[in-house]
Design a protein around this ligand. Structure first.
Ligand SMILES: [Zn+2]
Ligand SMILES: [Zn+2]
Length: 245
């Protein structure tokens, strides 16, 4: 086993709130310069940039997980992560079915552009990606797990768009694989405030929207290989695998 450094919450130019410098090429170059072994580009309600980032990262030995930061009906952000293109496409379809017919105003929210590996614009996505899906948190969780993905509520203790801000607590019946705590939160402090939680796996990521943020916050995984399956086992501390904040 070895330690893999992972930042699993990164926004690209496809997210209206992210900087236009967050192109797939720049994301991979930054991940390399920060010594990251595993990354996930998790745009709001979209997985579209996963394949191009994976293609660009592969020659550098950086593993790319597919995924999205979904906004559930409760307006709680959740990271949904996948290994394969088949899973990604199925989840993208679920998002598109549940994304409301509200259109983006780039002057108000920012541009939502899909680009290719040369940084050339392929399309502007018309529907506003920061809307809440017509799907509640339990439905999103069940869909992610049916497809074999990992379900990780994002920045759970942040004062906006989090489980705690929206619901007041983390529902004990919610089947999450890990919890992402806010990047400035002390894990011991978090557990002290949320004693009802049963030994959850806690992780941190950068939630980078700007180049200078990428890789500044990360989590180490002691695992055999950089796969979603190994990370799931690290969350459960199977066979000595573990997550080190
Ligand atoms: Zn968020
Ligand atoms: Zn985010």
């Amino acid at each position: 086993m070895r330690t893999y450094r992972a930042d699993l919450h990164i926004h690209s130019v496809l997210s209206p709130c992210a900087d236009l410098e967050m192109s797939p090429r720049n994301i991979v170059a930054l991940a390399k310069s920060k010594g990251l072994d595993i990354i996930a580009v998790t745009d709001h309600n979209s997985t579209l940039h996963g394949p191009v980032v994976r293609k660009l990262a592969e020659p550098h030995g950086i593993k790319v997980l597919f995924g999205s930061e979904v906004t559930t009906r409760e307006e709680a952000h959740c990271l949904c992560l996948f290994e394969t293109e088949v899973q990604r496409l199925a989840f993208q379809q679920f998002i598109e079915i549940n994304l409301p017919d509200v259109y983006n105003d780039p002057d108000r929210f920012g541009y939502q552009v899909e680009v290719n590996e040369e940084d050339e614009i392929i399309q502007q996505v018309d529907k506003l990606l920061i809307s809440a899906l017509n799907a509640g948190i339990n439905e999103v969780e069940a869909t992610v797990h049916r497809l074999g993905g990992l379900f990780i509520p994002a920045h759970v203790d942040r004062p906006m768009f989090s489980l705690i801000s929206q619901l007041g607590f983390i529902p004990p019946t919610l089947k999450f694989d890990a919890l992402e705590i806010f990047r400035i939160t002390d894990p011991a402090d978090f557990m002290q405030k949320n004693k009802y939680l049963q030994n959850p796996a806690l992780i941190k990521n950068s939630d980078a929207h700007y180049p200078q943020q990428l890789g500044t916050v990360f989590t180490n995984y002691l695992i055999h290989e950089p796969t979603l399956d190994e990370m799931a086992k690290a969350f459960k501390q199977e066979g000595g695998r573990k997550v080190v904040l």
